[in-house]
Design a protein around this ligand. Sequence first.
Ligand code: ZN
Length: 187
Amino acid sequence: MKQSIIPEEKVVEEVNKAIVEGLDIKEGSVAPDSSLIRDLGAESLDFLDINYRLEQTFGIKLARHSILEHMEEMFGEESAIDENGRLTEKAAAMLRRRFGDGGASLEPGMDIDEVPAIVTVRSIVDGVLHVLDSLPDKCTSCGASAWTPEDGSRIKCGSCGEYAVFTNGDDLVREWLQEMQEEEKIF
Ligand SMILES: [Zn+2]
């Protein structure tokens, strides 16, 4: 289901806050299409910090592994990254589909070290929304359909008081890759 308990604006606001605090940069310097690495100076450890802040805020688990890592695991070695450390055609197609406009600069054969620069503020927002959208219809503890937002960001059962349990980000990436594969959209 598409959850509507936490509005997209709230997610945008919290992502901006996590980035500003995680990178220790000025408020207002974050735009939706800012590349975290290229425009905001993020390094790989910063992503962990930003993700951790968002996980705490929303009570979710974001993906720990990249789409490329999942592709290699699911579809075999060199399905995403060739022997020279370059993006395969399949991987470029997957990433373009996943990142939309943000992935427009992706080309097969590009060095995979250049790939993380496509992660923008907007793609982090999408990642959070994707996990929030895995909200089950009913509470897994008591079966009630009475979700309610606590502090605007944690979804709680209005009947028994338990927090909602979401699918974790890595499982969602695998499900998505599986769907792409089955629908033969990419392969
Ligand atoms: Zn409940």
